[in-house]
Design a protein around this ligand. Structure first.
Ligand SMILES: NC(=O)c1ccc[n+]([C@@H]2O[C@H](COP(=O)([O-])OP(=O)(O)OC[C@H]3O[C@@H](n4cnc5c(N)ncnc54)[C@H](O)[C@@H]3O)[C@@H](O)[C@H]2O)c1
Length: 351
């Protein structure tokens, strides 16, 4: 059990991970600016975690770029923060081409401020949300952690830069315990239907888009590119259920806490790829609905195929994915049906 700081803990991956960490017995401080999330997600995390959880979570409404907010987050708990799980950031590839300044500011500038605050407050353990997008056009699939880091979009550039910053910080001073977790494509939802992905505005990712078509919020699925060099022409991705991903964070934290200082770099994926058309079909089955789609041109910054080599994560964490595409579609659909407008109930009482 540890006192942890979670940045971006109300977001899609953060909220599911907060639940898993509370269930594992950790106490949490969250720093969140709610730019892409709702306090309602946290109320539901508490609902799922049980009546005693409320006393084990503290929320600072603030920005990771603001040193006063960070000082508050590091000082609010009765015991010192032992480790940080760093989710806060901007994550849409297309948007990163339009707003590179924002992406560099939040993703790199925010991470720099956070690391500085960690140094000041004597915390040297961090789990960072990196992304498979840093591999760019992979030379080989499945992609191992040794593959070249060569991002092809501003979002990926910011993630690669933070990975480098973390390596530089670790090299500058002994004692840092760092996990750089390269997620493949996180999807799905908590099976209760209480937590899920609720992006503000038009979803940039396939699953929330497909779910919104199935529930009638959007007309049709837009598939970017039908001429990729894949079996059916649509792009292939390694989808990972968000609950598997959340459990991966818990496993990574345990390893960092138990082992000597290190920089641990791991892919978190299933090792199995599905095409966009296969996902649409699987979602039709889960939702019992016909999903209209159109194939449009490829999106800037996309690649044909991205699938993880998950062997190192299994070896180092004893962790691998347990949930398949059927679970991902079923749980996404349960979430979408119960929450057609996402976290539409806005509450303020938690903060
Ligand atoms: N979802 C994916 O497909 C995916 C894939 C690879 C990596 N990642 C990374 O994982 C992390 C979490 O992703 P997610 O899907 O949960 O995204 P999300 O947008 O749902 O969650 C991010 C959270 O950070 C908060 N936030 C953003 N800027 C902040 C700031 N300056 N200060 C404080 N809080 C801030 C947002 O309000 C949000 O709650 C991100 O760093 C993302 O880049 C996501």
């Amino acid at each position: 059990m540890a006192q942890l700081l979670i940045t971006g803990g109300a977001g899609f991956i953060g909220s599911h991970t907060c639940l898993v960490l509370l269930e594992a017995g950790h106490n949490l401080v969250l720093i969140e600016n709610f730019s892409n999330s709702s306090p309602e997600a946290l109320r539901r995390v508490l609902e799922l975690a049980g009546p005693k959880a409320k006393s084990r979570i503290q929320i600072v409404e603030g920005d990771i770029r603001n040193s006063d907010d960070l000082d508050c987050a590091f000082s609010i708990a009765s015991s010192p923060i032992e480790a940080v799980v760093h989710f806060a950031g901007l994550k849409a590839v297309a948007e990163s081409f339009e707003d590179p300044l924002d992406y560099w500011d939040v993703n790199l500038g925010g991470s720099r401020s956070l690391l500085n605050a960690m140094r000041i407050h004597g915390c040297r353990t961090i789990v960072f949300s990196s992304s498979a997008t840093i591999y760019g056009y992979p030379n080989e699939v499945p992609i191992s952690e040794n593959a070249l880091v060569s991002p092809i979009n501003p979002y990926g550039q910011t993630k690669a830069a933070v990975e480098q910053l973390l390596a530089d910080v670790a090299a500058s001073e002994p004692g840092w315990k760092i996990a750089r977790l390269r997620y493949f494509n996180p999807v799905g939802a908590h099976p209760s239907g209480l937590l899920g992905e609720a992006p503000h505005g038009t979803p940039a990712n396939l699953f929330p888009y497909v779910s919104q078509v199935a529930v009638g919020r959007r007309d049709k699925v837009e598939i970017f590119g039908g001429d990729w060099p894949t079996s059916d022409g649509s792009a292939v991705r390694d989808y990972i259920h968000v609950m598997d991903l959340a459990e991966g964070h818990s496993a990574a934290l345990n390893v960092l806490q138990q082992e000597a200082p290190q920089v641990l770099t791991l892919n978190l994926g299933s090792g199995r790829g599905y095409s966009v058309l296969e996902v649409v079909k699987a979602f039709e089955k889960a939702s019992q609905k016909k999903l209209p789609y159109i194939i449009t041109s490829r999106r800037k910054g996309d690649v044909a195929c991205s699938v993880a080599d998950p062997d190192l994560a299994l070896k180092r964490l004893g962790w691998s994915t347990r949930r398949g595409l059927e679970d991902m579609c079923k749980d996404s659909w349960t979430w979408q049906m119960a929450n057609p407008d996402g976290y539409s109930v806005e509450i303020q009482s938690l903060i």
